[in-house]
Write a protein that binds this ligand. Structure first.
Ligand SMILES: [Zn+2]
Length: 400
């Protein structure tokens, strides 16, 4: 039923015991104390002790939910959703979307606001902060209850959390965290949208997988790589820029300075550009999504072309890193029925047999939610242990 969680008794692990138990409750709760003990190497007494500390500090609560074999239902332990909240902010081309999560990462508020072409951080960020304040107020959440804020953006993020370059957004060297940190006084992390998307997919769709690639196909193509359960960022923090792998040496020039990059061939921008050759009056990809079923015969060669290049790029990724799973997400996922046949054919022709036989290829089932839910998970993983340690202290988490 559960993964066996290795728990030792070193000093480091000792300090993390309350967190380990809390994480188990988060993953498998509502769960009884007996099941917690049965599926860990903790003694029943240790479990009881830690659960009591977590209950006293309000991190978890008791619930009667659970299987009953007749008679009194056993008491189960679950994460207290109202102990703390997480704000997720996703910057996209054309809009900012905000979600408020409770500590169980259930969405309890949402807002979105448009970004007009040419608007920069100075115009957009104060409005996003105001929308976040409004959303918190509507949900009855104070700023002191925020565990942290996660901001996702379509571009390269430095190790200091600065958005160094977001060509499709038109932003350079933008300090995204500062206005939110100043307004809410809590930790703020900034992550590339595709890397956060990889975490979102793993957390919500594929918790059993440790090696996966998430390809976010929107105006550009971003990629998040999870290796052995950890995001791979590389030395510069920008690892995974498969969108700028040159696949067509004589192709179009790319805003990165290269030529024939994957995203010039297979992004939504490329899809729209190619579709307009067939249907010049297309206003955007939303219009394309609306007419695609009606004009399929006319547009089929366009979808085949984009599907082909998506399949070639997907093969490059799996040949390089051999993940268990490659997920194609972002707004391109809505065109899956029309692009998949050509994608699968190109992928099969270019992926090495050894990886082709072991990799699973999927379109995202998370719609436009993977990045925001990934941000929620990232903030939880990074800051919930800090809050736990601050409130429980070392003595409270000591092994007895
Ligand atoms: Zn490029």
């Amino acid at each position: 039923m559960f993964k066996r969680v290795p728990v030792g008794n070193s000093g480091f692990i000792r300090d993390m015991n309350a967190w380990s138990i809390f994480r188990l409750i988060d993953q498998y709760g509502p769960i009884s104390r007996k099941d917690l003990a049965a599926n860990t190497r903790y003694s029943a007494a240790t479990i009881t002790n830690h659960v009591k500390s977590l209950l006293d500090a309000g991190f978890v609560l008791e619930t009667s939910k659970g299987d009953s074999t007749g008679g009194r239902k056993p008491v189960h332990i679950a994460v207290n959703p109202r102990k703390a909240y997480i704000l997720g902010v996703e910057l996209e081309v054309g809009q900012v979307r905000l979600l408020l999560f409770n500590l169980c990462r259930t969405v309890v508020g949402s807002r979105s606001l448009p970004i007009q072409p040419g608007q920069g951080p100075a115009q957009v960020l104060p409005r996003a902060v105001a929308a976040a304040k409004d959303m918190l107020a509507a949900a009855g959440v104070s700023r002191e209850q925020l565990l942290g804020i996660g901001i996702g953006a379509p571009g390269q993020i430095s190790q200091e959390g600065v958005l160094t370059f977001a060509p499709n957004l038109g932003w350079k060297r933008a300090v995204l965290a500062e206005p939110f940190a100043a307004a809410f006084g809590c930790p703020v992390l900034v992550e590339n949208e595709a890397k956060a998307g990889a975490i979102g997919e793993r957390e919500w769709q594929y918790p059993q997988l440790d090696n996966l690639a998430y390809v976010s196909v929107k105006e550009g193509i971003g990629c998040g790589i999870l290796l052995a359960g950890h995001l791979y960022r590389g030395t510069s923090g920008s690892a995974g820029e498969f969108g700028h792998v040159p696949l067509k040496p004589d192709g179009r020039s790319c805003h990165c300075g290269g030529r024939g990059c994957w995203e010039t061939l297979a992004s939504e921008t490329a899809l729209l550009r190619k579709a307009r050759r067939v249907q010049p009056d297309l206003t955007g990809v939303d219009a394309l999504a609306a007419i695609a079923p009606l004009e399929l015969a006319k547009l089929q060669p366009v979808f085949e072309d984009v599907g082909h290049w998506l399949g070639i790029g997907a093969a490059v990724i799996v040949n390089a890193i051999a993940p268990e799973l490659l997920v194609i997400g972002g707004s391109m996922a809505r065109f899956a029925p029309w692009i998949f046949p050509a994608l699968a054919e190109a992928f099969a022709s270019q992926a090495l047999p050894a990886v082709r036989e072991t990799v699973q290829l999927e379109f995202s089932q998370m719609g436009d939610q993977a990045t925001l839910h990934g941000l929620g998970a990232l903030v939880f993983t990074e800051h919930a242990p800090v809050l736990l340690t601050r409130e429980l202290g070392e003595d409270a988490v000591a092994v007895t």
